[in-house]
Write a protein that binds this ligand. Structure first.
Ligand SMILES: [Zn+2]
Length: 469
């Protein structure tokens, strides 16, 4: 039952949650509107383009009736004739500073962005000169936004770089150089509840219940050690989920983690609650503090094919002699992420003979895992680094003695190699006795709220429900 790769990695699902936040989206959209408006209000005749432009101006004005300025309404506003659009008004218009909202495209760098804004490299040098925040501008990525204010001399006055929906960096020209300010907005976190009954698949039931796809994945990961979602699922199985959502100005900007959940499979209900231990490790536990997960994932790579199994009498493909194959080989293309199968401490991240680039992780209680032939290590993975289950530690390659890109994975128990595919995996350690009170005090409310959700919905259903599943 542990073979289903989808189930094994809730951390990946969690990182997907973060990625789901629409980067730069809302702020950028809002500021785009503001910038556009400013541009139109301040310099209605700025563009030397024909008739299409005034139409846009009128539309913008209609939507800003409340602005206290002598803007003509659409009734008394007359379309300038084409000549007027092309003639001296342009000079007058260029005397006002203009905001430009720009979206970073693939292949852009700051220099190309500046060129598009009509700025030259001198502005770039001035911006970078002695400003330590400016280095962040080297990491601009496609899809992010930037707002640029250019003065009447064509010099950069202000630049705001929207890193994502919550973080931006603002540069303002001062008497000497540019001042910078990092702006971080704090989203409001709200709790959301969903429940569903399975008719065809968990995925469909999640969709019908309005649960974001990545949380459906996370749900499967949380209960994946107890329920095989490929084989055990039955029609009529049900789930309840409480999770976090992030809001900014009353608009949803992202989905957070599942806080508590229950899943009823074939009449048996499993419950889980999220908790961060005093050691700083976040896992899901049963309401009485037992670990939901095994201490190890079965496989360090998702969706990979076993190309060579554990075999102590194997003919070695490179050396062509009988030589024990002390692990399992997973064929995967170069660069495929490799996950640590358990919580632990990296005791080697470096070259190791025929293993090439190799990571060895010590998990305590006599368990160690080894990952060989890596192309490279994940950022931050060094000898001594603490890692958690499912964390990416490196990428598939063919360093050392290897005929093609694959991961060589070994599982050691008390210094002896075991078959990673068949070895029985220990349950992860639950909440320690001395932490139990704190655990219960923290999580009981989350479990109770999930149960209340149940009651509330039953009430709603008897009052003429609209719930379809
Ligand atoms: Zn191997």
């Amino acid at each position: 039952m542990l073979m289903n790769p989808i189930i094994n990695n809730y951390k990946k699902a969690r990182s997907a949650v973060l990625e789901q936040i629409p980067r730069g989206h809302l702020i950028a959209a809002a500021s785009l509107a503001v910038c556009l408006l400013l541009m139109l209000i301040l310099t209605p005749e700025r563009e030397a383009s024909p008739i299409a432009e005034p139409v846009a101006i009128i539309n913008a004005m209609n939507s800003t009736a409340a602005i206290d300025s002598p803007i003509p309404t659409s009734q008394n506003f007359e379309l300038p004739n084409a000549d007027a659009l092309f003639t001296p008004i342009i000079e007058e218009a260029s005397s006002e500073p203009t905001w430009q909202e720009m979206t970073i495209k693939s292949g852009d760098n700051l220099s190309s962005m500046f060129a598009r804004a009509g700025l030259n490299d001198r502005d770039l040098y001035e911006l970078f000169d002695g400003n330590k925040n400016a280095k962040d501008l080297r990491s601009i990525a496609p899809g992010q936004k930037m707002a640029i204010l250019v003065d009447k001399q064509g010099k950069l006055q202000e630049l705001t770089y929207f890193k994502n929906v919550l973080e931006s960096l603002k540069f303002t020209r001062g008497t000497i150089g540019f001042a910078s300010e990092a702006i971080t907005l704090k989203p409001e976190v709200r709790r959301s509840f969903r429940e569903g009954i399975i008719n065809s698949s968990l995925f469909m039931a999640g969709k019908q219940a309005g649960l974001p796809n990545n949380l459906t994945m996370e749900l499967a990961n949380i209960f994946g050690f107890d329920i095989d979602f490929a084989l055990d699922i039955q029609k009529g199985d049900s789930f309840k989920v409480m999770y976090e959502e992030q809001y900014l100005d009353n608009k949803k900007i992202g989905t957070g983690a599942i806080l508590s959940a229950s899943f009823t499979n074939d009449g048996k209900t499993f419950s889980a609650v999220r908790y961060t231990t005093k050691d700083g490790i976040t896992h899901y536990f049963t309401p009485d503090g037992k670990a939901m997960n095994k201490a190890f994932l079965r496989m360090p790579i998702e969706f990979a094919r076993i190309s060579s199994g554990f075999n102590l009498n194997r003919l070695h493909p490179v050396l062509n002699t009988i030589r024990a194959h002390k692990g399992t080989d997973y064929a995967a293309s170069t660069g495929t992420p490799i996950r640590s199968t358990g919580d632990g401490k990296v005791i080697l991240a470096g070259r190791k003979g025929g293993y090439g680039n190799c990571v060895i992780i010590q998990h305590g209680q006599g368990y160690e895992t080894l990952y060989g032939h890596m192309n490279n290590f994940a950022k931050g993975i060094n000898t001594g680094t603490r890692v958690s289950q499912g964390q990416v530690i490196g990428y598939v390659g063919q360093t050392g003695l290897a005929t093609g890109p694959h991961l060589h994975y070994e599982f050691h128990v008390n210094g002896e190699v075991r078959n990673p595919v068949t070895v029985s995996l220990p349950q992860a350690i639950g909440i320690a006795g001395n932490e139990k009170d704190h655990f219960l005090a923290t999580t009981q409310a989350l479990v109770a709220q999930l149960e209340d959700l149940d009651h509330a919905n039953h009430l709603a259903m008897t009052e003429g429900n609209t719930k379809s599943n």
